[in-house]
Design a protein around this ligand. Sequence first.
Ligand SMILES: Nc1ncnc2c1ncn2[C@@H]1O[C@H](COP(=O)(O)OP(=O)(O)O)[C@@H](O)[C@H]1O
Ligand SMILES: [Mg+2]
Length: 255
Amino acid sequence: MALLRTDQLVKRFGGLTAVDHLDLEVSEGEICGLIGPNGSGKTTVLNVITGIYKDDGGKVLFDGKEIQGLMPHTVCEMGIARTFQNIRILGSQTVYDNVRLGLHIQTKADLFNIIFNTRKVKNENQRIKKEIEEALDFVGMLQYKDELIKNLPYGKQKVLEIARAIVARPKLLLLDEPAAGLNTAETENLMELVRSISQRGISILLIEHEMAFVEGLTDKVYVINYGRKIAEGTFNEIKNDPGVIEAYLGTRGDE
Ligand SMILES: Nc1ncnc2c1ncn2[C@@H]1O[C@H](COP(=O)(O)OP(=O)(O)O)[C@@H](O)[C@H]1O
Ligand SMILES: [Mg+2]
C-alpha cells in the first residue's frame, strides 16, 4: 500500500486548472521526485495535500485514510511535514525556538502543574529540549542553537526549515525546492541530509529544479506540466522522454 496517494486530484484557480486529475503515489521508504516547468502546479499539489488549499475534486489518501479537505494542523498531526519554497522564518527568533515550533506543543498543561513547576513539567521540558537538540544535531546545526535566524546564511536557514519539519518525526516529508539558492557545496551537503532523513524511515516527496539533485536522490519521478502528469518512472527513464524535453524546452523562455 502506498503511504501517500492522490487519486484524480484537481485544483482550480478561477478558470485555471492548476492540478488536473493527478494520480501519484509515494511508497513507504521512498524518495519520490515531482518535477515540471515553472508554473506547472508542483507547489499547488503540496498545498492541496497539506490542506492549505481545498481541492476541487479527487482524493488524497495517507496511510489508507482520506485526508483531502482536512485542516493543515490535522494533516500535520497525522504525520505529514513540509518545507516551503519561499522561506518562512521569523528573523528575530532563535534557531532553537524555531525548531520548537515544529513540535506543535500545545500549552494545555494544567495551571497547577505550571504554577508549581512540578516534576511533570520539568520532565516534559527536558524531553522537549532533548528532541530539539537531537534534531539540530542531526542536521548539523547544534552549534547555532542560540543564534538569531537573521544572522544565519541563507543555506543554513534552509537547513533549519528541515530541522523544524522533522523534529516531530513525521512519516512523510514534503520538500519544495530545498536546493534553490544553495551553492554547490551546500547542495551536496543537503543531498546527504536528505539521504539520512530517508534512512530514518521518513518517506519523501521532493520538488526540485536542480536535476543532479533529483537524479542523485530519487527512486521514482513524476513529471507534470499544466497540472497534468506527462511522465513517470526512474530519473533515467524520464530524462530522455520526448514529452518531458518538449515541456522543459517549451517554457525555457519563462525561467
Ligand atoms: N493562490 C493562487 N491563486 C491563483 N493562482 C495560483 C495560486 N497559486 C498558484 N497559482 C497558479 O497555479 C499555477 C501553478 O502554480 P504553482 O503550483 O506555484 O507552480 P510550480 O510550483 O510548479 O511553479 C500557476 O499558473 C500559478 O500562477
Ligand atoms: Mg513552486
